[in-house]
Every structure is written in structure tokens, then in C-alpha cells.
Design a protein around this ligand. Structure first.
Ligand SMILES: Nc1ncnc2c1ncn2[C@@H]1O[C@H](COP(=O)(O)OP(=O)(O)O)[C@@H](O)[C@H]1O
Ligand SMILES: [Mg+2]
Length: 276
């Protein structure tokens, strides 16, 4: 198999007409990959993504060929998928204000050209979920917000409408299910491609904590940074070491690794209703 791409957390291989997406146990904090892995993180996020693809199969077709038919060394943490012609848009849905969306709102009161009411603060719930697409920037560059008109110009009106509708529907489904289990999905990022027949297909990973912001609902308080459901323990610990957030990051102590792993398991179990 040919290694096509090595991201911060995942590796992508080509196998004939298929891709094998492999999730590692690497964890990044403040955009820096720490030297210590979180055991099972790759398997947990892969299994969660596979579960979501199934749940969403009536909303949109997906790229999954198999979660089982992968090289043995990647068993459990890889997905064999159809290689698609990817659309050059990161399809983001937001139900709450955080991250780059918050920064954009503070600058001009809107995100991706969607006007928002005045007076929102960090962590505010939006009046309704919004579609805030960005470009897919080449490595080393930052994704930029696109307006809906920008998306239309790039992929055509019909595709743009489809992307917005499906993204908001996936978000609505995910957020509703997660909320029943005490997890707020603040935002989520989806990627789509076209298959050989020209159909729009959901690709990449879906509704994992590497592609979404998950917050514990009982701890949500607008007006301050929110806690990340699974990564907060390692984030708080890293901050407490006085680390300046530039590479290399610090080694994570055993007890922090164990507590973080337990949180990833908790998210998986709460969302899927399965036992890890
Ligand atoms: N079915 C697919 N066909 C083609 N490319 C895909 C498919 N699913 C995901 N991808 C691409 O695989 C890559 C996964 O890379 P990733 O690990 O997320 O690293 P990064 O996004 O940081 O480059 C992304 O470029 C994504 O668009
Ligand atoms: Mg990616």
C-alpha cells in the first residue's frame, strides 16, 4: 500500500481503488501533537465514526467499504473506503459559538456571511444551527471562511444547496442524539466527495471529537472557554506544566493518560450505547 498522506493524527493509504484511513493514538493539544499516545484513541474514534456512518445512512450515502477488511496491523483503527473526487469545501455546521467562528463573529457579527444577533459570547447557543463552510487550505495554510455564494461559485448552486442541507441535517441528528446523553455538539466538520456515478457521498470521519467540539452539557456556561469532553484533562494538565504551547509538547504522565483514555471511552459508550 502506498502512503498518500500523513496528517497530525491519521494516515491515509491507497489500496487499488480504495483508501485506507488509519487513525493513530496521537493526541494534539493546542494544535501540537504530544509525544505520548492515548492507548485505544484511534480505535475508539474509528469505531465511533463507523457507528455514525451507519446511523446516518438514511440521510446520505457514505464512503465506507469495510471497517474489517483492513491490514491486520491497523485492525480496529482503520476504515477501507471508496476513493472519491473530494469537493474543495470543509462543510461545517455550528450550533454554538466557539473557535474560529467566535473570532469571525467578533470581527464582523457574522460567520461565513451568515448574520448573527448582537450580544453573543463565547459558548453561546445560536438561534439555529448555521452552515459555515471554509476552504480546504493546503498544508501549512489556514482554512478561510467562505460565504454560501462562494460555495455556489466553486461547486455550482445545486451542489452547494445539497451540501448545506445535508450538513445541517447531519448536525441536527448528531446534536439531538448527543444531547440526550449529556453531550453538546458545539460544531462539526464534514467532507464530501463524488463517486464514479457522480453521487454526493459523505467521506472522511464523522462526528468524532477530532472533527467536532463535544462539551459536557452539565458544565456549559456561556461567557468563558468551554471544557472539551474528552481532551480537557490533558489540556488542563498541559497548561499547568507552564508549557508555552509550541512544539515539542511535554510527555503526558501515566495517570493523565489513563484519565484521558477513560473520557474517550465514556464518549464512545454514551453516544453509541455500547460497552467498549
Ligand atoms: N473517500 C475519500 N476519498 C478521497 N479522499 C478522502 C476520502 N475520505 C477522506 N479523504 C481525505 O483524506 C485526508 C485525510 O487527512 P487527515 O488525516 O484528515 O489530515 P489533514 O486533514 O490534516 O490533512 C483528507 O485530505 C480528506 O479530504
Ligand atoms: Mg482532515
Amino acid at each position: 500500500m502506498e502512503l498518500l498522506h500523513s496528517g497530525k493524527v491519521r494516515d491515509v493509504y491507497a489500496d487499488g481503488d480504495d483508501l485506507i484511513l488509519v487513525a493513530s493514538d496521537r493526541v494534539s493539544v493546542y494544535d501540537v501533537v504530544l509525544p505520548t499516545p492515548i492507548p485505544d484513541k484511534g480505535r475508539l474514534l474509528t469505531q465511533l465514526s463507523l457507528w455514525w456512518f451507519e446511523q446516518l445512512a438514511d440521510v446520505v450515502p457514505n464512503h465506507v467499504v469495510s471497517g474489517g477488511d483492513v491490514p491486520p496491523e491497523f485492525a480496529g483503527r482503520a476504515v477501507r473506503c471508496r476513493r472519491l473526487a473530494m469537493l474543495p469545501v470543509e462543510c461545517i455546521a455550528r450550533g454554538y459559538l466557539a473557535g474560529l467562528g467566535l473570532r469571525e463573529y467578533r470581527q464582523d457579527g457574522s460567520v461565513s456571511g451568515v448574520a448573527l444577533p448582537e450580544g453573543l459570547v463565547e459558548g453561546s447557543k445560536l438561534p439555529e444551527p448555521i452552515f459555515t463552510p471554509t476552504t480546504k487550505a493546503p498544508v501549512g495554510e489556514h482554512d478561510e471562511f467562505m460565504t454560501f455564494a462562494d460555495v455556489v461559485a466553486l461547486v455550482g448552486g445545486e451542489t452547494a444547496e445539497d451540501l448545506r442541507r445535508i450538513t445541517l441535517e447531519v448536525y441536527a441528528r448528531g446534536a439531538e442524539l448527543a444531547a440526550r446523553h449529556g453531550i453538546l455538539v458545539a460544531d462539526t466538520k464534514l467532507e464530501f466527495g463524488r463517486d464514479a456515478e457522480g453521487r454526493l457521498v459523505l467521506a472522511d470521519e464523522v462526528l468524532t471529537s477530532d472533527s467536532s467540539r463535544f462539551w459536557p452539557a452539565d458544565d456549559w456556561a456561556p461567557g468563558r472557554p468551554q471544557h472539551a469532553f474528552d481532551k480537557q484533562i490533558v489540556r488542563d494538565w498541559a497548561t499547568g506544566t507552564g508549557w508555552d504551547r509550541t512544539p515539542p509538547g511535554p510527555e503526558i504522565p501515566t495517570d493523565v493518560v489513563a484519565a484521558t483514555r477513560a473520557r474517550y471511552i465514556e464518549v464512545y459508550e454514551r453516544l453509541t450505547g455500547r460497552t467498549w
